[in-house]
Design a protein around this ligand. Structure first.
Ligand code: ADP
Ligand code: MG
Length: 492
């Protein structure tokens, strides 16, 4: 009976769900972008070929000893600093013992009692408000190998064994599925700003376990939680938690108890299934790894790492609104990636107007990068300096906005600077009265009947004349000047 209610589709609980509070805590694993593994010199880069990067240390052959990768330590401390953590001057590696074929050593080297970073927080904007989620700890650990199940046999690939990870553990401060997804997005942005992780959820360089419980709003005791493992997209994070919350409410309303366990999300069925009962810490028989000395960090070294932390997305977006007058939406879009924000500030540094720069960056540059599947704005063929210069030409009315789009397309193709393109293509705005008058005279001469119609009160024909002139000069005429001159000439 109990089993059935754990598995069955939840009944409609919408009416009573307002009595329930959702509580979520996250464990995010991020693969660090070091060249070598956490405790050995073997490459930690992804390769297609199986068991290409396999090392006696990572698979724990007798007689081998681990040596800590300094870069991984630096990156971990930078993550802790960016998440406002206290950096422990002494931290300890521990063995987490469990038996599984992708872990031939029989233990994973992790940190347990003394992690490298503790007690921080992440802040992000959610639903028009600032949300703060506390970070319990950030610790270093090595990754395990990877299983490939083929038909009746299972094969193990050890390329990933020993790759450095940081695990970021949040406090259960999150209260909705969408908020959880936003929290992961924020962590991902921070890791990418720091350039310590590529943030690729689909490929598994960023993995997220979500701990979910529900409790009656009136109840101060926390509910029993389940852990949803390895959710590899923002959509699945939301969907899986949504399902799990409904399921738990249903179980409790049926008078049953939620079982503390690890569950997997099946995206095809949009359901979660039990994987295994939750291990207690004591199941892992943690103890300090006798092969590794405690990590001792000097205050000075920690301060050196602090200097490497760039301005992160939230303070940057705040500054962009204040300094450049951007809207909330613009500021978030532009600071989404550090390279994007840098591109914007380079445009502004060549004196292009911030508003116009933001506009063109969002509507032209990002759109075109997207169309051409260019991931990184650093690979944009139009340099920010060239684009900024072109925007200035628009502001000085040397070219029209419409012309600007043509110049932009040409810059994309040729990487040339806008001045050169405008000259070569003859795109300069025509605004001297003499030239414009001549153009107007010509078109009036060409269409005498339409002119008569206009003078007899068919004012709509005005647009026809403008169109004809623009066609003949490829849109180069200054529209305001042209309108003025055309109006005068048609009158007389
Ligand atoms: P464990 O050591 O068993 O993994 P922790 O106390 O370290 O347990 O917590 C692991 C994760 O579970 C953390 O992300 C934490 O925020 C989350 N968590 C703790 N209590 C709850 C709860 N009542 N509901 C949801 N998540 C919780
Ligand atoms: Mg845990």
């Amino acid at each position: 009976m109990k089993k059935k209610s754990q598995h069955s589709q939840p009944a409609k609980i919408l009416d009573s769900s307002c009595e329930w509070k959702t509580v979520i805590g996250l464990e995010v694993h991020a693969q660090l972008l070091t060249k070598s593994k956490l405790f050995s010199s073997e490459s930690s880069r992804f390769v297609e070929a199986e068991n290409e990067h396999i090392h006696p240390v990572s698979i724990g052959l007798p007689g081998t000893l681990p040596v800590l990768n300094n870069k991984a330590l630096e990156y971990s401390v930078q993550v802790g600093l960016a998440l406002n953590c206290r950096i422990n001057q002494k931290s300890v590696f521990a063995r987490k013992n469990y038996f599984y074929p992708d872990l031939p050593k029989g233990y994973q080297i992790s940190q347990y009692e003394k992690p490298v970073c503790e007690d921080g927080y992440v802040e992000f904007e959610y639903d028009g408000m600032r949300k703060k989620v506390r970070i319990q700890r950030v610790h270093m650990e090595e990754d395990a190998g990877r299983f490939h199940h083929k038909g009746h046999c299972s094969l193990v690939n050890f390329n990933r064994a020993g790759v450095p990870l940081v695990e970021i553990v949040s406090r259960p401060d999150i209260n909705s599925p969408a908020e959880a997804a936003e929290m992961v997005r924020s962590i991902r942005k921070i890791l990418k700003y720091l350039k310590v992780c590529d943030g690729n959820l689909e490929e598994g360089s960023l993995r997220c376990d979500c701990n979910v419980s529900v409790q009656k709003v009136s109840d101060s005791r926390p509910g029993t939680r389940t852990e949803l493992k390895n959710l590899n997209s923002f959509k699945f994070i939301e969907k899986a938690i949504e399902y799990e919350v409904k399921r738990q409410i249903h179980v409790l309303e049926e008078g049953d108890k939620v079982v503390q366990e690890t569950r997997l999300y099946d995206s095809a069925k949009n359901k979660t299934f039990p994987l295994r009962s939750k291990e207690e810490a004591s199941d892992y028989r943690y103890f300090p790894d006798p092969d590794l000395r405690p990590v001792i960090l000097s205050k000075q070294w920690i301060e050196e790492q602090r200097k490497k932390i760039p301005e992160l997305f939230l303070p940057k977006s705040d500054r962009f609104r204040k300094q450049y007058g951007l809207s909330l939406k613009e500021s978030f879009l532009i600071t989404e990636e550090k390279s994007r924000a840098d591109y914007f500030e380079k445009m502004v540094s060549v004196k292009a107007s911030p508003k116009l720069s933001a506009n063109w960056l969002i509507n032209e540059v990002l759109a075109r990068l997207n169309e051409n599947k260019v991931q990184n704005i650093d690979d944009c063929p139009v340099s920010p300096e060239n684009l900024g210069e072109m925007l200035q030409m628009i502001e000085r009315k040397e070219i029209s906005g419409k012309m600007g789009k043509r110049v932009f397309a040409k810059m994309w193709e040729t990487k040339k600077n806008p001045k050169e393109i405008v000259e070569q293509e003859g795109l300069k705005r025509i605004d001297d009265a003499e030239t414009l008058s001549k153009m107007v005279d010509e078109v009036i001469k060409k269409f005498p009947r339409q002119m008569e119609d206009y003078r007899n009160g068919k004012e709509k024909i005005f647009g026809f004349f403008v169109g004809e002139i623009m066609k003949s000069c490829k849109g180069q005429a200054d529209p305001q000047q042209l309108n003025r001159i055309l109006k005068e000439k048609l009158k007389t």
